[in-house]
Design a protein around this ligand. Structure first.
Ligand code: SER
Length: 570
């Protein structure tokens, strides 16, 4: 059965069982505990915890989706027969609608309906805190399962690895020795400190990788032989090693999807993940002396194969290809030099590797792979450590201590090359705080910062919001910002520890890692604060310094995320 048919059949099956079909959410999650979306349940967290009502939002307590997912933890494994960074996860979910019996029987019925026979299943064996999942064991027994294995917490308990979230015992379905379906019974809630509490309403969260399902359904030896990868691999010359072919096809596919969700290559967060995927591919392209058109054809093939299901790929096609070439262009200036540097270098440790990354842009994976025994002392941890030190240094840049790269200011968010630009980005920076506050006043408190980037010419602000803004809303936002400018409001900074800062109601950008002492910038008198945010600065002293602010563009950045560009007119 083709992957397309599998997708359709899955959604149809669960729709026929009363599930609302919900579109995939963005790879950039609206969830502070994860960098990228790693599972279908993420967009539904608040329905498990009872913070939101599924009947009000979906018309049902049960939903189904095919979720774009990404696991950075598997990046080093890609190249073998079954690991991927990006994958599609088929899932059915229930928030107090049904529980173990239905979930297991639906799973079996669906696999039967597409002609797949279950090999064996596993259930949670129990440990000192949580009992054996006898109920699931019995349900499987009655359903005719012949091989039911009991496994411990490592295998049959699902929950967030870090941070908070729903969790519970799982039952897993194996076909031909491969785990295809993970059915999680969310009974508990894991707190940030790792302790478990009972959830008021138990829920069901299932996840089945489309790639693995396609592999068993299409009777292939590995995921790369399925129709999801064949057309991509067909474009790559057979002279490349199998491992390289797999890495390239995984990485370019993942890159196309990240770009379609508005991620751009950078040295931070999701942008940094994307940069590594692309650059590793470019190194393989370079050393195999491939024609530059080959990868572009692959990107186009990926978009073509997926665009009917993922409309963002279609709508952002030109932007995706454009960003792809830009990153290639940027890297091509230093790639060959970087490889030469790698060849000349002895003893590559974390410090040295980071220097090579910083100077030549070679990603960690490539440095490790190409330096052989010379980098025995190099670990990902050591490299990341250096990276962190560097980021702290560039944060200090916000106070003007940063000298490198010809910029006098580079906080990641703000960039200025001289005093003149510094004054402009400072004004735009305060304007951006006013913009966020105004957006929340007009559109509601669900609006949250998803990213921002400020140059001397403009501010670019991304925020969570589900739809296009109306002309009236844009006008209102603009008027509120300019009202604050006209009001000549004072901008004040106060230093405090992070907890007090968050408690004070100051907004913060959840993707940023804040130090334990932070600065809080507020605009306006304490009685009538217009805006209050955790921020490294710099800002103007009084809003009158800003001048007239205009919104020049409002557009989609990713699903659920809007992007505004604004500037100051003289
Ligand atoms: N959340 C579980 C997983 O990721 C099931 O969807 O495997």
């Amino acid at each position: 059965m083709s992957s397309n048919e599998l997708r359709k059949k899955f959604l149809k099956f669960f729709e026929s069982k009363g599930h609302a079909v919900v579109p995939s959410s963005s790879l950039l999650p609206d969830d502070p505990s994860v960098l990228l979306t790693t599972a279908g349940m993420q967009q539904f967290k608040k329905y498990y915890t009872g913070e939101a009502d599924p009947v009000k939002d979906f018309g049902s307590k049960n939903t189904t989706s095919i979720q774009k997912s990404f696991r950075t933890s598997d990046i080093d494994e890609v190249g073998d027969e079954r690991h991927l960074t990006f994958f599609e996860m088929l899932g059915n979910f229930s928030f107090g609608g049904y529980f173990k019996s239905e979930a297991i029987l639906y799973g079996k019925e669906f696999l039967d309906s597409i002609g797949l026979e279950i090999g064996y299943v596993t259930v949670f064996a129990g440990d000192k805190n949580i009992p054996f999942d006898e109920e699931s064991f019995k349900i499987w027994e009655e359903a005719g399962a012949r091989d039911i294995r009991r496994l411990g917490r490592e295998d049959n308990f699902w929950g967030p690895t870090g941070g908070e979230g729903p969790c519970g015992p799982t039952t897993e379905i194996y076909i031909n020795g491969i785990e295809v379906w993970n059915i999680v019974f969310n009974e508990y809630f894991q707190k940030a400190d790792g302790t478990l509490g009972k959830l008021k309403t138990p829920g069901v969260d299932t996840g089945m990788g489309l790639e693995r399902l396609a592999m068993v359904s299409q009777k292939k030896e590995n995921i790369f032989e399925t129709d999801l990868f064949e057309p991509i691999l067909d474009i790559l010359p057979g002279t490349l090693s199998e491992r390289q072919r797999r890495i390239i096809s995984d990485h370019l596919r993942a890159s196309a999807f990240l770009l379609s969700d508005g991620v751009e290559p950078s040295n931070k967060e999701a942008g940094y993940v994307l940069r590594r995927l692309l650059r590793r591919s470019f190194v393989y392209e370079h050393i195999n002396v491939l024609s530059p058109q080959i990868f572009e054809s692959i990107m186009l093939e990926i978009i073509k194969n997926y665009e009917n299901f993922y409309r963002d790929l279609k709508e952002r096609r030109d932007g995706i290809i454009d960003s792809y070439w830009k990153e290639r262009e940027k890297f091509s200036k230093t790639l060959a030099k970087g490889i030469r540097e790698l060849e000349k270098s002895e003893n590559i440790d974390g410090k040295k590797a980071f220097r090579i990354y910083e100077t030549f842009g070679l990603p960690y994976e490539i440095i490790k792979e190409f330096s052989g025994a010379k980098s025995n002392a190099l670990t990902r941890g050591g490299f990341e450590e250096e990276f962190k030190k560097h980021q702290e240094k560039s944060r200090a840049g916000a106070e003007g201590k940063f000298g490198g790269h010809g910029l006098i200011l580079n906080t990641g968010e703000l960039k200025a090359k001289d005093e003149h630009e510094l004054s402009k980005v400072t004004r735009l920076h305060t304007a951006t705080h006013l913009l966020q506050a105004a957006l929340r006043k007009v559109l509601g408190e669900d609006v949250r910062q998803m990213g921002s980037d400020i140059t001397a010419e403009r501010t670019r602000f991304d925020f969570s919001f589900p739809r296009k803004l109306t002309h009236e809303e844009i006008k209102k936002v603009e008027n509120l910002v300019n009202g604050a400018v006209a009001g000549k409001l004072e901008v004040k900074m106060e230093e405090m520890d992070i907890e007090s800062a968050k408690k004070s109601g100051a907004l913060y950008f959840f993707k940023e890692k804040y130090p334990s002492r932070v600065k809080v910038y507020s605009v306006g008198s304490p009685a009538g604060e217009f805006s209050k945010e955790l921020c490294g600065g710099p800002h103007v002293k009084n809003t009158e310094e800003i001048g007239k602010f205009v919104i020049v563009k409002e557009e989609a950045s990713a699903s659920g995320v809007r992007r505004i560009r604004g500037k100051i007119i003289p």
